[in-house]
Design a protein around this ligand. Structure first.
Ligand SMILES: [Zn+2]
Length: 491
């Protein structure tokens, strides 16, 4: 068993923000041990750096995230015309017959709606498919509509089911290629201090991750692989349950069953009690994907199979339905997003042992849309402090690639709610303290006590001693997962 000594570590107390005097930490195998052990094999001098538990992102779409890392980034576009222009520029160096894929556009505030015609002006030959930042919409030219099975589509702007089908078609890459890209984004994320993610990709995750862990370059962090309903029968038949290890590295385990109940905010498909100011035609309240009875029956089934449930709820009516279904069935798990929560729904959720899995960095993209779509109600959107005050456990994620898989960006936004320098804090009453924010990011670990898993990070500075607006610049000097250094800037 390997023994390692981390010299001159200043342990951060996440409750008080104080750092200890420099001390040595021993890591024996994959556990912390503060007992001096004689024959350490490896010594790393941290020179007084701050050491704290490693960070988690409890909501990523690993495959999409990897794909997005290699695609045209449209997240900065403020209009359809800007997207068209960027697409035109990137076509210059593009093989005409291979599809050009862009990601990250957000049309919620655009004057001119996306249409196939606009992209046909860029190219009538190269298939162009653009995927929205929240993944709930897609925009294609005529060549792409034909290539991917949507020939004759009236507008070329696809939402919900059609958008997901188009994404499935464009994302169909050889496993080895995608696995390599996935490895790339995970390795980059260890530099931000991530030691684990919950993968909520819509894929046969148990199979995909076992393959990745069996490869020559296994993933550098812990992975909890979620199960989607289309693979639920197979999972139950195999006896998979949440927390069960899926391979012998000990890093890969079964995550929750993922269930989607409504759409997204910027696509105006989140299921809401009030009508949207400017709704999608035919959907004044957004879209509801399943009736309460249907949701309850899935939750009962998951519960008896030993599976936690990660249930997506964004609009206030969807969140209320999700909370009620957890209460009714006694299922365990998380409400994913919990984005638009009225006080009564927060109180109801606080009665349950259900975690709110939230994505603070999505405030960057959603702030303007929320203020426009639900004027007067935005104080109920991302109500982080209200949920925490009610006693609800929060866990941070990014929903990457919807927002960057950067735990420090999420931490900063949750404590400042400052989305841009020109404006003040957005509903400052709902800011968390830094202590709260860090504890939402460590997968429930409060301290690196002897016997704890050696999942830790070393930081150049104490996050409690910098201006909150600088937290997003943080990264890890060293990241250790399961007793193994997976990233370090050591010379
Ligand atoms: Zn998601």
């Amino acid at each position: 068993m390997g023994i390692m000594r981390l010299r001159n570590a200043r342990l951060l107390d996440l409750d008080t923000g104080t750092a200890s005097d420099p001390q040595d930490i021993w890591v024996q195998g994959n556990r912390i041990s503060r007992r001096p052990i004689e024959d350490e094999r490896q010594v790393i001098d941290l020179h007084g750096r701050i050491v704290m538990p490693g960070l988690w992102d409890v909501h990523v779409h690993a495959g999409q995230w990897a794909l997005a890392s290699r695609r045209l980034d449209l997240s900065g576009c403020e209009s359809a015309a800007e997207c068209v222009e960027l697409t035109r520029q990137s076509l210059v160096e593009h093989a005409p017959d291979s599809p050009l894929i862009g990601v990250g556009y957000r049309d919620g505030m655009w004057q001119q709606p996306p249409s196939a015609r606009l992209l046909d002006e860029v190219s009538e030959i190269t298939p162009i498919a653009l995927i929205s930042g929240d993944l709930h919409a897609a925009w294609a030219n005529t060549a792409a509509l034909e290539r991917f099975g949507f020939g004759g589509h009236p507008s070329g702007h696809l939402v919900e089911t059609e958008a997901f089908e188009l994404q499935t078609a464009v994302n169909n890459l050889p496993d080895l290629v995608l696995d390599e890209w996935v490895h790339g984004v995970l390795q980059a994320a260890t530099r931000r201090g991530l030691v684990g993610v919950v993968d909520i990709e819509r894929a046969n995750n148990a199979v995909d991750w076992r393959r990745r862990f069996a490869s020559e370059r296994p993933p550098p962090m812990r992975i909890r692989a979620s199960i989607w309903p289309e693979w639920l029968d197979a999972a139950i038949a195999e006896g998979l349950h949440t927390g069960m290890l899926l391979d012998d590295t000990g890093l890969l385990s079964v995550g929750p069953l993922k269930i989607i109940t409504d759409g997204s905010m910027t696509a105006r498909t989140a299921w809401c009690r009030d009508e949207y100011v400017d709704p999608l035609q035919g959907y004044p309240h957004g879209m509801l994907w399943m009736a309460p009875e249907e949701l309850e029956s899935v939750l009962y089934r998951a519960r008896s199979a030993g599976l936690d449930c990660a249930v997506h709820g964004i609009g206030d009516a969807a969140c209320a339905m999700v909370v009620a279904a957890f209460a009714e069935t006694g299922a365990r798990g998380t409400i994913e997003h919990a984005q638009f929560m009225r006080p009564g729904d927060i109180a109801a959720l606080a009665q349950l042992d259900i975690t709110a899995s939230v994505q603070p960095a999505q405030m960057l993209d959603d702030r303007d849309s929320v203020d426009a779509l639900w004027p007067g109600l935005s104080q109920h959107v991302f109500p982080l402090a209200s949920m925490a005050a009610a006693g609800i456990t929060l866990a941070f994620g990014s929903d990457a690639p919807c927002a960057p898989a950067d735990p420090w960006l999420a931490i900063e936004l949750s404590v400042t709610r400052i989305t841009d320098a020109e404006r003040g804090s957005w509903h400052p009453d709902e800011r968390l303290t830094l202590s709260q924010a860090l504890l939402c990011s460590t997968n429930g670990v409060r301290a690196l006590v002897p016997g704890a898993r050696a999942d830790l990070i070393a930081l150049d500075e104490n996050p409690f001693e910098v201006e909150p607006e600088r937290l997003r610049t943080f990264g890890a000097w060293l990241t250790m997962v399961d007793g193994r250094v997976v990233h370090s800037w050591e010379e």
